[in-house]
Design a protein around this ligand. Structure first.
Ligand code: NAD
Length: 453
């Protein structure tokens, strides 16, 4: 497939000015919503084939999410895209100042496999809302979901506006050589660096939504039942294959035994079994093999069983884990939960800040001083106090990483801004202007200017 040709068509289409019309964008969003609803069953079937993800989880964590983003823009697009009047300083009187959000142009969105619909379609929706064209490259690892998205996009939109690529590393490597006005990437830090390097050659702005090891700290004052229930849900959702899942627990040593007992209770209550509605398969053999190597039988407090044929790994809690263990050397991205202990809260924060900045961090506590220390001392993309994962479901909050976990953010208004350029316009009146700035200069003019500036 000739991707340069498709991009050329998209450049021409963008230059036709059609996508700048807010009504056109709203119609496109509405059309996408209808296409998703029409193909909802296909989407459920495809993702189930890819990694056994249930209809319940697919609706709650993917389809409802994408539809909510569309609704947000349908409701707010007129105000988001209107010029914003701002104050004008004294030196520019008589004048008025406005900020215009203009689309960046021709965009490329690269998705990850773990929430294939949400992570590909949400950025595409933001790109459309902001008035761009888009080439979408979903992850080939969730192959059936990729095909479902390609069908939805390519059957409902002309390729000079929106186009979804079915392909893998070879295709994306070729596409990355082209000159886009914006690249939005979700995936690993390793591939994020490849994308960043390719983008730099064309000075293309990027948003990188990456990963990392996200801690959940459980302090002595925490409500341990609530902490255990929420951590178990957030960790084992999608069998731990969630970028913002708690990667590991750091718990005050005084409450560690009670916490792990409660964790075990909720794992059993939630009934995570192979082939069950509430549990997902590991995406492929490669990841399955990588994960089971992380289970040190000596440290297993709960779980540890697996079934290679079904790519099933039981929710597993590891205890007596240290920072030097292999499970602490890379993002886990699977249903294995190491528990580390701390004696002193500040020391726990210090340990986290000695490592790369995580995408998310969570704290369970009732102590307001600890809440302040957590939010002010350690750097991470975003997170929750007394919950996990849910911050990304609030579209009034930006979602993104920092440092090794990413660059930039999206969701709601932030997605619109990510795909827009803020153009500054000062309009001056053609009368009422003092002579002050014009030559010939004089001491008197300078003294007036000093007062004004
Ligand atoms: P990945 O980096 O392997 O793949 C992501 C995308 O990059 C895919 O579309 C893939 O086709 C493409 N790709 C792969 N190799 C490439 C190459 N050499 N050059 C160019 N493109 C290439 O990531 P993944 O396995 O799909 O996802 C897992 C990782 O993504 C985890 O680290 C996870 O934390 C992170 N993640 C982050 C978020 C977030 O929102 N921040 C969301 C989901 C996943």
């Amino acid at each position: 497939m000739n991707f340069q040709e498709i991009l050329n068509e998209q450049k021409e289409f963008f230059n036709s000015q059609k996508t700048k019309n807010v009504k056109f964008r709203k119609r496109a969003l509405q059309q996408l919503k209808e296409a998703i609803l029409k193909n909802e069953d296909l989407m459920y079937e495809a993702i189930y084939k890819d990694f056994g993800k249930s209809k319940f989880d697919t609706f709650t964590t993917e389809i409802s999410f994408v539809l909510k983003e569309i609704e947000f823009y349908l409701k707010n697009l007129t105000s988001l895209s209107s010029p914003k009047k701002v104050r004008t300083n004294l030196a520019n009187q008589l004048g008025s100042s406005k900020i215009y959000s203009e689309p960046l142009g021709n965009t490329l969105v690269i998705g990850a496999w773990n929430y294939p619909y949400q992570l590909s379609l949400s950025p595409l929706i933001a790109a459309v809302a902001a008035g761009n064209t888009c080439i979408l490259k979903p992850s080939e690892v969730a192959e059936n979901s990729m095909k479902a998205m390609a069908k939805i996009i390519n059957e409902n939109f002309p390729r000079e506006y929106l186009f979804a690529v079915e392909g893998g590393v070879e295709e994306i490597t070729g596409i990355l050589e082209l000159k886009f006005d914006k690249i939005f990437f979700t995936g690993s830090t390793k591939v994020g660096k490849i994308v960043y390097e390719a983008a730099a050659k064309n000075l293309t702005p990027v948003t990188l939504e990456l990963g990392g090891k996200s801690p959940a700290i459980v302090a002595a004052s925490a409500n341990l039942e609530v902490a255990a229930r929420r951590i178990v849900w957030g960790k084992f959702l999608n069998a731990g294959q969630t970028c913002v899942a708690p990667d590991y627990i750091l718990v005050d040593e005084r409450v560690k035994d009670s916490l792990v007992t409660s964790l075990k209770k909720y794992i059993q209550k939630f009934s995570y079994k192979a082939d069950s509605e509430q549990y997902t398969q590991i995406i492929n053999e490669k990841n399955f093999e990588r994960l089971i190597k992380m289970i040190d039988p000596e440290n297993v407090f709960y779980g540890g069983n697996f079934d290679a044929k079904k790519r099933f790994i039981e929710p597993t809690i590891l205890q007596n884990v240290t920072w030097e263990d292999s499970v602490m050397q890379e993002e886990i991205f699977g249903p294995i939960l190491p528990v580390l202990t701390y004696k002193n809260f500040n020391e726990a924060l210090l340990q986290i800040s000695k490592h790369e900045k995580p995408l998310a961090a969570y704290l369970f506590t009732n102590n307001s001083e600890e809440k302040d220390l957590f939010t002010s001392r350690i750097s991470f993309g975003g997170g929750c106090i007394n919950d996990v994962v849910m911050h990304l479901s609030n579209d009034h909050l930006p979602f993104g990483g920092v440092g090794n976990s990413g660059i930039g953010n999206y969701h709601g208004k932030f997605g619109f801004d990510t795909f827009s350029h803020q153009k500054a316009i000062l309009e001056r009146a053609t009368w009422g202007e003092p002579e002050l700035k014009y030559p010939p200069y004089s001491e008197k003019k300078l003294s007036w200017i000093k007062r004004i500036l």
